[in-house]
Structure formats: C-alpha cells, structure tokens
Design a protein around this ligand. Sequence first.
Ligand SMILES: N[C@@H](CCC(=O)N[C@@H](CS)C(=O)NCC(=O)O)C(=O)O
Length: 292
Amino acid sequence: MRRKAATWTLALIGGTEGMWHNLEQAISQNTPEFIEPTGVTHMVGMLGRRVFHFLDNGKQCTTEMPQRSKLDHRTGVPMEIVLYYAPITCALAPFITLTEAVAKFEVRPLNFGKGQHTSPEYLKINPKHKVPLLVVDGEVLSESIAIQIWIARSFPQAKLLPADPWQELQAISLMSWYSGGIHPFLARINSPPRVCDFPGTDESVKKLAAANLMELFKIADDLLAGREFFFDHFTAPDAHFFWCQRRGRQFELDLSKFKHCTEHFERMMQRPSVQKLLAFEKSIQAEFAKAA
Ligand SMILES: N[C@@H](CCC(=O)N[C@@H](CS)C(=O)NCC(=O)O)C(=O)O
C-alpha cells in the first residue's frame, strides 16, 4: 500500500547513516523497496539504477540519486571511494571489508608484473609503491590499518570494529600485529633478496621467516580457540588475518596443524565477500595474463 510521504527530502539530504545504508542496499539489489526509517519517508518504487519514484505529500515525484556511494555524515557531501589493489596482495583485506560494508567502490587493479605500482603516475599518489591505497573524494589514505579503520568508521552499521572502546583497541592492536608482526615475515619469503642480497642466502632467509611465522600463527591459533572470529562477530581483523593465512598457505607453510586458524580460514572462505573477492581476483589475473 502506498503511503503519503511528508518530508521525503530528509532521506536524501538529512538522512541518517542507517537510512542511507538502506537506500544503498535497495539500489544494489535493484528491486523496488519501501523504506520507512523515520516514519516520515516512504520510497514507493524505483526505476533503473539511480532513479526513484516517491510520493511527496501525495504528489508523484521522481528523483535521481546522487552518483556517489554514500554521503559523508559530517558534511553531507557525496563520497567517491577508489581502492588501488593488486591480486594476491594484502589489498584483498580492504576489498573484503568494503564489500562487507556494502560500500560502493571502484577498484583500480595494478599489474605488479608490469611494474604499474612503480609507474610515475602511481608514485605521485603513493611514493611507497604499495597497495592497498584508498582514495576518498581525491584524498589519499595508505596503510591497511588506517584504511580498515576508515571503512569501519564510515560504515558503522556494518559493525566492522567492536563497539566497546577497549575491544575496539584490541582489534586495532591485532591488525597492527598482522601488519607489523606477521606481514614482514611473509614479505621475506616472497622476496628474500629484499632483506639479504648475500648470494646463496635465499633459502636461509625463507627458513628463518617460516620458523617465525609458525610461532606467530600458534599465537593466533590460541586466540581463536573456541571462537568463530577474533571478536563476537566478523570484524575487520578477520579479513586482515584471512590474508595473512592465505599468503602463508600459498607459500606452503604447514598451517593445517593450527586447527583454529584452519577453521577460521575455511569459515572465511564461505563468506560471500570473500567469494566475491576471489572471483574478482580471478578475472583480474586472467586480464593480466592476456596482457602479458
Ligand atoms: N604496511 C603496508 C604494507 C603494504 C604492502 O607491503 N603491500 C605490498 C603487497 S602485500 C606491496 O604493495 N608491495 C609492492 C612493493 O613493495 O613494491 C600496509 O599494511 O598497507
């Protein structure tokens, strides 16, 4: 039944994060939706991707949604989110969290094989020549942890960090550990000469890194004992740790002995956000292979 909307503009201009999120979901599902978050706004249908029909005080109206993904809740300005990414890399963690947040974002894949991360254009926006890199309305943000926190704060309804402030810090502590404690050892296995270019030392570098990683994954295994996720529901650290495990497994570290890590990995593999990421990664790898 169609109902009268008194102040429909609230939804588009002064709407809460939650209302906006609902609208975004309605758009992404591309189905007509009735949205009634405040009791004053009633969407009565939707045409195509961005055009809405609604009743405004009983009068049929049509409006076009802003082209961007969501509104900045402080300024009301639309945001455009771009993720620089490369297959296999730790940029998959923010891909997963953005997907979990139902954010609209554009991915710009970099072909490391072709050195696109060291191109003059990319170095201009990220002199560290690394991914992930997030660009929000032209503003650049590097470092996985900062990016994950930004996503969590910008999409609070997705609950990507624990609500309790102390637990939130624990989540940030965990991600710092993945990034500063685990990742560097994975990077050594990936490219031993980056840490030691003495001839014939590659295997030794890899062996030492693997031994360190086994100790670190044991700590993670203990943290995950009896739990589905690091906190009481899926949060950003789960996505970040998924990448650490995946990379370790790709390097053929025997992580199967860590039962809780293995279960976490399998659980993560089932998530639609991870499935979406893996399909995307596959398509980009195929594109890169064609370009090789
Ligand atoms: N501390 C950074 C590390 C990022 C990082 O090392 N990314 C790797 C891929 S996993 C990269 O882009 N490497 C390319 C390079 O070093 O040239 C973060 O957490 O974002």
